[in-house]
Design a protein around this ligand. Structure first.
Ligand code: 5GP
Length: 177
């Protein structure tokens, strides 16, 4: 069924059952890879909150979770975008970190943020993203746990919004073309 959000119409793209299946697959892989370890999951808000919650519930290892918000702004004297993390744990040193993202689009956000995590000298750092728009890549990011590779289209639902709305959908919908 179609859904109108603000001025735009969205059509079904990924169903709730398909999403849950992908989440279970990713959780199973993480459970396997981190056996005997206690990783720190860092979920990037707002978009990843639903995915992070569903994934985290299926982790059977001793895992912790923390949430951060990334604010990007243009430096007064710099041409590049700077990303500041709000709520970033300072105790990442020596920890196995799993970064949880909703979607990697151009890769710009993670490209700017990953060095900041590495500055804390974690024991390891892996990236877990529900969606990846490979065709939109500007900064290549190695995604260790991926739900779906998707075409370069605008999607909402399952945490992702269009101008503040649509996050509550349990499915993912795409902009009607
Ligand atoms: P990147 O820095 O990789 O270009 O973009 C990452 C961020 O852009 C995501 O975390 C997300 O907030 C936003 N984004 C990218 N593509 C989409 C999309 O199709 N729908 C929504 N709702 N947000 C997107």
């Amino acid at each position: 069924m179609k859904k109108k959000i603000h001025d735009k119409t969205f059509v079904p793209f990924l169903g709730a059952a398909d999403i849950q299946q992908a989440v279970s697959r990713m959780a199973a892989q993480i459970n396997k890879d981190y056996q005997g370890k206690s990783p720190l999951c860092i979920a990037i808000l707002n978009g990843s909150f639903m995915f992070a919650a569903d994934l985290f519930k299926q982790l059977e290892i001793d895992a912790s979770i923390s949430f951060i918000k990334l604010a990007s702004y243009k430096g007064m004297h710099s041409t590049g975008n700077v990303v500041t993390a709000i709520g970033l744990e300072t105790t990442m040193s020596g920890r196995d970190i799993i970064l949880i993202e909703d979607i990697v689009d151009t890769g710009k956000t993670l490209h700017a943020f990953l060095p900041q995590i590495m500055d804390h000298q974690p024991a390891s750092l892996k990236i877990c993203s529900l969606l990846h728009k490979k065709e939109a890549t500007v900064y290549p990011i190695k995604i260790d746990y991926l739900g779906f590779e998707i075409p370069n289209l605008f999607v909402v639902g399952y945490g992702l919004d269009y101008d503040g709305l649509g996050r509550n959908l349990s499915q993912i919908m795409q902009l009607e073309s």
